[in-house]
Ligand binder design. Sequence first.
Ligand code: AMP
Length: 395
Amino acid sequence: MKKKTINNLQVKGKRVLVRCDFNVPLINGEITDDTRIVAALPTIKKLIADGGRLVLCSHLGKPKGPDPKATMEPVALRLSTHLGQNVAFLGYDEVVNDKVRETVSNMKDGEVVVLQNTRFRKEEGKNEESFSKDLASLADIYVNDAFGSAHRAHCSTVGVTEFVAESAVGFLMEKELKFLGGAVEDPVRPFVAILGGLKVSDKIKVIDKLLEKVDKLIIGGAMAYTFMKAQGHNIGESFLEEESIGYAKEMMQKAKDKGVKLLLPIDTTVAKEFSADAEHKVVAANGIEDGWQGLDIGVKTRELFCDAIKDAKTVIWNGPMGVFEFQNFAKGTLALAKAMADIDATTIIGGGDSAAAVNQLGYGDKMTHISTGGGASLEFLEGKALPGVEAVQNA
Ligand code: AMP
């Protein structure tokens, strides 16, 4: 697939609308983690250096219309600090209006403005033409660098491309597609995937798809207990998706048929209740008693899983091995993060909670790539085309 990238654009003197992923966490109007803003800087800096007039837009949170708690103003301020230049915030509830158009038409080369939250417009989530056209009225060129929103067909990710003369993907989007795409399409082997987190049902298509590609599939986290139940074990009060037991059996059979090594926990850390300081102990996978729930993989499973990735050349990981938010149940996730940091392989973290876990545990900078999009990276691994990428390619 040929991608149009910002390396082959002539942006000097042009108005460039950049869809970023500035969906940062805010507490009382303060940005608590600006990873996503920092991740957008290479594209922004390149376009400034090339003389573009930058109009940046993004969604933030899930407002159902104008909502002062979801204003983009803190983002504009933080960007201004990172870029060392003034970044004007055009904070109108309509996002685009005549005042915005006038300001943008008076911009000089290298200047940057930030629009209000795209979700202040109700048309955004429905990909309705009126807002797509409004956004397009501010741009000669459109750049999509918001991988985290690429799985959604919204005005700012898809609709706008119909009304702008030229479209391209930014550096961040390119990087995401390179690593995730490379892993799925042409991985250096052995290729190991690690899946964890809460629900089997969220990852049904991913498990199915990965079994076609990987040499080994490791399953931990809450979703492992549905597999353990399918193996015939008692799982006590552990998290179970009854309706996915049949699917788990199917996947175990599929792994056998494909010659893929499917690794499940052989022991588990169980607790009396779901809390940070709950009484806990390690038991064998077939030794969970009623009244106990599994909140992490056990000691032997840690060794088994870490050992399984030692000779890997590509590892992709989505979903923590246990309730990593509680220190007592973060050991499995921590051990695996450390093992991934130590191996000589392309290591990819598939966004969302696994990215948070790896960063929180201090191994973020040891990974080859940490995806900025949880949902988008899962859909990509499922083999789905991402509408935000398709729209730019087809524009
Ligand atoms: P996901 O969003 O599917 O990646 O799920 C991540 C969440 O799963 C985290 O908040 C973890 O605390 C939670 N989790 C992982 N393992 C377990 C477990 N054994 N029991 C309950 N929750 C878990």
